[in-house]
Write a protein that binds this ligand. Structure first.
Ligand code: ZN
Length: 173
C-alpha cells in the first residue's frame, strides 16, 4: 500500500490509498462502438468535523489513466455525512464555508436524528444533504471543463475521522 502525502498543504489529502481501490475496481470495458464506462474508487482518510479536501489531482489522475478522451465524469462520495462540491480551494474560502456550515446547521443544537439512533451527528447529515453527494463534470480532449480556481472538494461533515470512498465514474469515448 502506497501512501502519498500532501505535496504542499496539510489541508489537502492526508492519505491517498492508491491500492485501496484496486480490489473492487471495475476497469473500463471497451465496446465495439468505442464507448467506455470506467469506475474507480479512491479512498481518503479524513479528519471529519468539516474537513475539506482538494481531490482534483486524484480525479484528474483517474481521467488520465482511463483512456477516455471525451465525455462526462461523475464524482460520488459514499455515505450520508459527506459531500462533493467545487470551491476555490484557499484558506479564506475554507474558513468562509466552515462558518456557513456552522451557521446553517450548528453542531451544538438538538437534532431529532440524534434521538432516533443515539447518534451525535444530526448536524453532519443535514450539512451533507444540503451540499449533495456528487458532481458531474464534462471533459473534452482529456481535459475537465473546470475553471482555474475551481477545485473538486470532498467535504467530510461527520463528527469523527473517517475513511471515505469516492467513486469516479467516466462515460465517454
Ligand atoms: Zn447519524
Amino acid at each position: 500500500m502506497r501512501h502519498r502525502d500532501s505535496p504542499k498543504d496539510h489541508l489537502v489529502v492526508e492519505n491517498y490509498l492508491v491500492e485501496g481501490y484496486l480490489g473492487y475496481d471495475k476497469l473500463g470495458y471497451d465496446k465495439s462502438d468505442g464507448n467506455m464506462v470506467i469506475n474507480k474508487t479512491l479512498v481518503f482518510s479524513t479528519r471529519g468535523s468539516g474537513h475539506l479536501i482538494d481531490i482534483t489531482n486524484h480525479v484528474n489522475g483517474v481521467l488520465a489513466e482511463s483512456g477516455v478522451h471525451n465525455g462526462i465524469l461523475t464524482v460520488f462520495v459514499v455515505g450520508s455525512t459527506a459531500a462533493i462540491t467545487t470551491l476555490e480551494y484557499e484558506p479564506g474560502l475554507i474558513k468562509d464555508m466552515t462558518e456557513l456550515y456552522d451557521k446553517l446547521a450548528p453542531a451544538n443544537k438538538r437534532y431529532a436524528h440524534d434521538e432516533t439512533w443515539g447518534d451525535a451527528n444530526g448536524f453532519s447529515h443535514v450539512r451533507a444533504a444540503l451540499q449533495g453527494p456528487s458532481l458531474t463534470v464534462p471533459f473534452e480532449d482529456d481535459r475537465l471543463f473546470l475553471g482555474t480556481w475551481q477545485q473538486i472538494v470532498l467535504a467530510d461533515f461527520d463528527h469523527r475521522p473517517r475513511s471515505r470512498s469516492v467513486v469516479v465514474n467516466i462515460i465517454g469515448e
